[in-house]
Write a protein that binds this ligand. Sequence first.
Ligand code: ACO
Length: 330
Amino acid sequence: MGMMEKARVKAQADVKRIVLPEGDEPRTIRAAAIVKKEGYAEPILLGDEERIAAEAERLGADLQGIAVVNPETSEKFAEYAAALYELRKAKGVTEEKARELAADPMYYGIMMVKLGDADGLVSGAVHTTGDMLRPALQIIKTKPGTKVVSSSFLMDCPNKSLGEDGLLVYADCVVMPCPTAEELAHIAVSAAETARTLCGIEEPKVAMLSFSTKGSAKHELVSKVQEATRIAHELAPDLLLDGELQFDAALVPEVGASKAKGSPVAGHANVLIFPDLQAGNIGYKITQRIGGAEAFAVLQGLAKPCNDLSRGCSVEDIVNTVVLTAVQAQ
Ligand code: ACO
């Protein structure tokens, strides 16, 4: 059974409520119908009820049994606006601004998750990554013990000799453009946790990537990865983690053995931590487009699960992201 198949079965076993703020968007409507029919989650669509019903009819999507909520007319609107004001008043949000934000499906959906009326959120078929992330960062915040929200890409590679039966976890490829050494260490610990909970990788082997292996090059960028490795060891002393390692030293057993002798990770890494967002984002796209891997993105480090979609996503991508969000919520 592949990674995604396992996640689907897991999601069906303990059904969670996942809110979809882009509720009148055609791919989202189709995905909600599939999610409901297959029992992967209890989807909640946000938006104008009549508009969503008309769109569903046009698409031939069955929304029976799916909750549709219009933020502006919902009975929870005043409660969410008041709670939003309390959460953000120190940041200059007025009561009027809070009401304006609560009417926005993106913020309304985030408030549903914050106040426990939904277990997770999936958005981004229309919103940019930044517009989806900002409300989550401002309101849901990080989980205890985690300093940063970041992302992992779960890369299902055709070459099954790589990582964990072809599965590799890449981080961070979405959120933090230029992490400090400390932030990079937190990203590594979160990615190992994602590997365990979402990919069923019992023993994550984390490689802190660089253009240098074990001091082969000297540069401030290399020093940052070395420092991140040191901090990550402090944060998670039992985690199999090593750095700095080049990509081939992390993945290829012979290269790892010759360049990083005695490393518990080199040559066998299944979690790869990129030094910044440029490297991570380019790296996952190369693996996907040239390496033929399937790529699934999740956010990590948030107190409650919220996940971003690519604006070019397919209906299947949305269904998969809802499934992964539901599993994160369990
Ligand atoms: N972890 C935790 N909290 C964070 C993080 C983080 N990584 N980043 C920002 N925050 C918090 C801030 O502390 C702040 O909280 P506060 O308002 O309570 O004080 C709040 O989030 C907003 O912070 P800003 O700095 O104002 O947010 P900013 O405008 O810088 O946006 C964002 C943050 C959206 C994550 C930004 O870093 C970003 O755009 N990242 C890149 C996203 C992107 O384009 N990715 C690539 C494309 S995706 C793809 O290819 C799949």
